[in-house]
Design a protein around this ligand. Sequence first.
Ligand code: PLP
Length: 396
Amino acid sequence: MTITPLMPVYPRSPVRPVRGEGVYLFGEKGEKYLDFASGIAVNLLGHGHPVLTKAIQEQAATLIHVSNLYGSPQGEALAKRLVDMTFADTVFFTNSGAEAVEASIKTARRYHHHHGRPEKHTLITFSNAFHGRTMATISATDQAKLRDGFAPLLPGFAVVEFDNLEAARKAVTEHTAGFLVEPIQGEGGIRPASQEFMRGLRELCDEHDLMLVLDEVQCGLARTGKFFAYEHYGIEPDILASAKGIGGGFPLGACLATEKAAAGMVVGTHGSTYGGNPLAMAAGEAVLDVVANDEFLEHVRLMGDRLRGALEQMIPNHDHLFESVRGIGLMLGIRMKTDSRAFVGYLREHGILTVAAGDNVLRVLPPLVIEESHVTEFVERLSEAARRYELPQQAA
Ligand SMILES: *Cc1c(COP(=O)(O)O)cnc(C)c1O
């Protein structure tokens, strides 16, 4: 037998973390890493944050899980906080991002079904999108690497070019249920949609009574310096999928919706055994306790400006490697002139964790609790690594 006990679907790196402390991770032999990947935009509070740790410890000792057969004071409390802070009137809790997107897709379809228009079932989605790895969420993207070998995929998705409002407008038919879009593409390479595009989609939805469904699994929850990224665009969605940062590392996702959009989601239409369990709710509350206030969001914006500024200053010194910086807040990407995946591997060997993304982008996704000293350390070490890095093709 050659297959490994862990199903070999990931190209796992030699980094084997066993402990975390703030912005640092430690490997099995005590190796220290500066973590500017945050478990792929998840660990907003870094590692071992006392507020999150205490909340989980106390809740674990009190009540972990009971199912959704019973009333949920914990779920009601967290849902109320999310409703108070956002466009939404109601929340469905999930355990992951893909499940939050699934719930969002179902809510959008069910809206039209509820109003006697079951033929309006198709969501218009966008090139290079990433919405997760379930059958519906891989059907919602045009990325071959996510879809290959899993046919037949689900019908009901039409993919058009990202950030192209005209293409989106032309794709609307009598079967359209709405749009599903990441305001800032994450896996696709830290690509923020333009103001015109996002506002245009909102107008199209208003005009044709369509659902604007935002996938803010990666860009949401304080990462861009706003609570959710839609706030940068001066619009509000009908439905929004959140996950990643919302649990600070504890598996938690949420589908947020307006009362209008959730019209079809009545008793019996959806469910989850674990979704909204008391332990996950405690983690979600702890994350909000830290991030859901103006001072914290201001800190994210300030650190984002510092980091971006420092990166922009560094780039001309290594212009054989780096092209430009893009993104918002602490969701940043450096477009590279060489294979970003190989360079991310090189940084890893030198104790710096980042994440590769599509379009040759190196993603910089630090915990939101970083301080100036971490920004300085990161940029100095990145610059030093760039100076030493030999392009793979030159090495031959
Ligand atoms: C990570 C991600 C998902 C999927 O989340 P999982 O928790 O891995 O299921 C969906 N959408 C976006 C934009 C993501 O970044």
